[in-house]
Design a protein around this ligand. Sequence first.
Ligand SMILES: Cc1ncc(COP(=O)(O)O)c(C=O)c1O
Length: 409
Amino acid sequence: MNYLEPELFHYSDTQGTKSFREEIAKFLTDYARAAEALNPEHITVMSGCCAVFATLSTVLCDPCDGYLIPTPCYGGINSKTWLYGGIQPVHVPLFSEVTDEESHPFQLTAEKLEAALQRAKNQGIRVRALILINPHNPLGDIYPAQLLKHCLEFAHRYELHVIMDEIYMLSVYGDATFTSVLSLDCVPDPERTHFMWDFSKDFGMSGIRVGVLYTRNHEIQKAVNQLAVFHGCPGPVQHVLSQFISDRDWLDNVFFPTNKKRLKEAQNILVDGLADVGIPVLKSSGGLYVWADFRKFLKSQTFEAELELWQKLLEEKLLISPGKAFYCYEPGWFRLVFSDSVDKIYLCIQRLEQMLHADATESAANNISSNADALCTLKEGSSGNPSNTPGDDVSQLKNILLYYNHICI
Ligand SMILES: Cc1ncc(COP(=O)(O)O)c(C=O)c1O
């Protein structure tokens, strides 16, 4: 792996070296259980998924066009695509409350996509694409095959491009079955369905900066390849990763089983520890984090209170991302990453317990001394406020994102 031929230091194909694309095609065909073997010619390699997002959205949309994205969602997509392509997000807000036709909190349905698209149309926004993250960040859930098909059919009906972000494709643990878009026998609109994956999450290599786009659309790929010149991967990195993903024996018998086992163990420790301190989490089967419900620890059900809690957590040396950084429409949800040493997870729970216990004692003392008027004032400011949405305080969000970008997962 460490021996580098001199030619690897020359300019290489901006689409990615042929040998690397061939290795990736084989790797994804097998690990995504692709319905048919991937064609290396349909692959473009870039410096990470953010680069893939930026270039693809620039190619697919004109400035001011919109893209649909269910929220909460990975916060980086928003600011980065916006800055580069000048396009705007059209959120599909998901909520924790379960209604009749849903089976779990924050569930996506084709009807919700439809409603968001109509809202955008009424506002005069031309929507060009739908972004789906599967396994989801930050929710950690996996789209059932049926839902995935409904979403693809919805996009096909409205001639929307679909960007499938499957960056956590192999970070699935437990008994869950993951369905990659590449594994579907029949995709409703293959020319408008684009897949992306990279090495950051499934291999814990976010510093190596290598992302992969797979698209069967020749015209789009041609345009993406023009922009890829600004986002290329160094030849030596492509060479090393080719060796790395071709070592199937090690991947199948050592790396993936160990990785999945450790992720599941770490998740169990965190989920159990959170349950002990009274924090429920959304059931998850993929990703490196859990989505946890801190609502009962908010002073009021507002994003101001969420920010206040987040700052308190920081003071206790707990860096836990608040829902607002993921454009969540409901205050009080936080994402906790568990892909770290078990010691740190225990330490996190210990600090949480101390902090929440101290808070409970303090508020009990305050309650005794406070009068009824004060309680009334608190209630009035706590709910039903129309400005209580993730988008209403840009400076707060910037604060969180600034912090979040330093630890982005
Ligand atoms: C869902 C999702 N997509 C894309 C990215 C960006 O990946 P990268 O930093 O490797 O470009 C991330 C990073 O956190 C992510 O969580």
